[in-house]
Design a protein around this ligand. Structure first.
Ligand code: AMP
Length: 460
């Protein structure tokens, strides 16, 4: 199928051909006709599938056909998205696909001064792309009215929930006109998101694309078992490969992201870190430098990298494995975008083996191992066993506590009423670990300190 078969107007077709896009991605092929017909849409898709064009193209077309452009009649389309980076990228998509129409659009987000944003709003826009906090703020100050909205897009709904925006969204919904077209996108559908979708959508058409495993299958994945302290050396060695042109490196913590960036720069590898402690301007500058290839390596935490859309990203490196296995899929999904092949390397140290097991269970395959084994992998089994034993042990302690309480005996230690789950996520991991702090117990044999370090070969 080509874009020509989707009944798109000439200015959009021309803009698409300027971008070099001829074939719609699966979500575009399915969603564009549905939205053009005026139906509500429930899209199950993650970043990288081409979903931005899937909603922005039909909105541009409708506004253009109905001669609603120039921003004189109030805001007609609102796109709500969780992060500033995503908001900017969506605004760039409206610019790319709509620049041959008279459509006016702008983007607002927090963390920067509001004056430039309110100046543009005052002159009038047709499409507003916003993050929830700044949107509510400017509504409360009287700069924005939502009473003329005809198209409402809720993007990355599950991430909105993760990032604590759900209450902001619930406050915004009553401000929208009842008669509107709603497009709702989420990569996953936890019950709370399903409930929200039900309250927002009327008789929606559902489009679901690329279940995670097939996205992952297109990416060439490799694993290095490596000691924690040897990870930077391995990274520098890998980066000697000139075929690695544009590399996104993930760490679990902001602190580590900064440290890795510093070490790479002192090794003469141009690298920058982005994370939540950096100002919006610094983050955007780092992102732009990476996009225009001034910086070869971008080091990011998961939150900062959410939704980052960079064309032709050649490699993703998991310097540290994520605690939540689904995050691995999101991370490596940054390479191999819109059908291109990508490469992902993951570094796994002894403490991370349980995370690796969770990831391999989720993607339903073993990640092929590269390089020398930097720690004794025969201890993996005992690590997993140790973890299981620890969980069993805790369950035993809890049930013994419950029975003591039932017998009316005083509470013991940390298992006080209402606190039994404190610091522990639903999958049994401690919150400290989720924040990236290292585990206290080290069931692994460390390699002797006098072991000669082998050289890593780049096998890709
Ligand atoms: P998205 O999922 O909207 O973030 O898009 C992911 C990436 O795919 C972006 O870099 C888009 O510019 C690119 N893209 C979107 N649609 C197409 C297409 N039909 N052909 C090629 N690339 C596309």
């Amino acid at each position: 199928m080509t874009f020509n078969e989707l009944n798109l107007i000439e200015p959009i077709l021309e803009a698409l051909s300027e971008k070099g896009y001829t074939t719609p991605t699966p979500i575009q092929a399915e969603a564009i006709p549905i939205v053009l017909k005026g139906h509500d849409l429930l899209g199950c898709a993650q970043t990288g599938t081409g979903k931005t064009a899937a909603f922005s193209i039909p909105i541009i077309q409708h506004l253009h056909e109905n001669k609603i452009s120039g921003g004189t009649n109030g805001i007609k389309a609102l796109v709500l998205t969780p992060t500033r980076e995503l908001a900017i990228q969506i605004d760039e998509s409206f610019a790319a696909y709509g620049h041959l129409t008279k459509l006016k659009h702008t983007v607002i987000f927090g963390g920067v001064g509001q004056k430039p944003q309110t100046d543009i709003l005052r002159r009038g826009v047709d499409v507003l792309i916003a993050t929830p906090g700044r949107l509510l703020d400017l509504i409360n100050q009287g700069y924005i009215k939502l009473n003329k909205i005809e198209y409402f897009v809720l993007d990355e709904a599950d991430r909105m929930l993760d990032m604590g925006f759900i209450h902001d969204i619930k406050r915004l919904i009553p401000l929208l006109p009842k008669k509107r077209q709603t497009l709702f996108f989420s990569a996953t559908m936890p019950p709370e998101i399903e409930k929200l979708a039900n309250t927002l959508l009327i008789n929606p058409r559902k489009v679901e694309v690329t279940p995670t495993s097939s996205t992952v299958d297109k990416i060439d994945q490799h694993l290095y078992y490596v000691e924690k302290n040897d990870k930077t050396e391995l990274l520098i060695n890998l980066l000697r490969n000139p075929e690695m042109e544009s590399i996104l490196v993930f760490t679990r913590t902001k602190h580590r992201a900064d440290r890795v960036a510093r070490t790479l720069n002192s090794a003469k590898v141009k690298a920058e870190a982005i994370h939540g402690n950096k100002s919006q301007n610094a983050r955007q500058r780092a992102l732009n430098n990476f996009k225009d290839r001034t910086t070869r390596v971008l080091i990011a935490t998961d939150i900062a990298a959410r939704g980052i859309d960079i064309d032709h990203l050649t490699h993703v490196i998991n310097y540290e494995l994520p605690e939540v296995p689904e995050t691995y899929v999101h991370r490596i999904g940054r390479t191999g975008r819109a059908g291109r092949a990508g490469v992902a390397f993951s570094f796994c140290d002894a403490d991370e083996v349980p995370m690796l097991k969770d990831i391999e269970r989720l993607i339903n395959k073993r990640i092929p191992i590269l390089g020398d084994k930097r720690f004794d992998t025969s201890t993996i089994k005992s690590a997993v066993t140790n973890k299981k034993d620890a969980i069993k042990e805790e369950a035993k302690r809890r049930s013994s506590f419950k029975s003591k309480r039932a017998e009316g005996r005083p509470s013991e230690g940390r298992f006080n009423e209402g606190r039994s789950n404190e610091g522990r996520s639903s999958n049994g991991r401690s919150e400290d670990k989720r924040r990236g702090e290292t585990s206290q117990s080290k069931p692994f044999k460390k390699k002797p300190s006098n072991t000669k370090k082998p050289n890593y070969k780049i096998n890709n």
